[in-house]
Design a protein around this ligand. Sequence first.
Ligand code: GRF
Length: 185
Amino acid sequence: MAKINACVFISGKGTNLKRLILNSKNYNFPINISLIVSSNKNAKGLILAKKFGIPYIIFENKKVLAEYKVLKILKYYKISLVLLAGYMKILSKRFIKIFGKPIINIHPSLLPKYKGLNTFQKIIEKKEKKTGCTVHYVNEKLDDGKIILKKSFFIEKYDDEISLKKKTQNLEYSAFSQAIIKEIR
Ligand code: GRF
């Protein structure tokens, strides 16, 4: 199958990145992970880049010049899809416009509920009965953009921030790949 080149943006552990890399090895999965961009030079996810021999760059500041540099590299690697997998920075309107191709993000809540940070803490405080994750297109607003899919589960009485995070992330691994398959044909 003809695959498209994707770039994954990360900031931390990269457990979603790992699943994406492993799935991309599958003949029927529509993307190659051709590049990794990290907003943090110490991100654990970069170990995966090295392990799997995937080129990576560090994109630590948001100066216009840095953005243009990243855009140039995306072009060099013929990237036609950007995946934000735990990327903790907001991409500028200019970046999104110039890239001009789909950017997809995964967020650990049922959007439009609980945008931004400290998601699990807020969900516990609000005594929600249900939570989950959302895969959506990125626009210039935080955790906004057209929703591709959501996956949910019921919160148990004994759940705390740690268990919610674990359950949500387990759902994320399949949700992200399913969303990619759904959108990229
Ligand atoms: C995920 O929970 C994702 O929803 C959020 O950041 C987390 C990244 O985790 N945006 P990891 O780096 O993939 O382990």
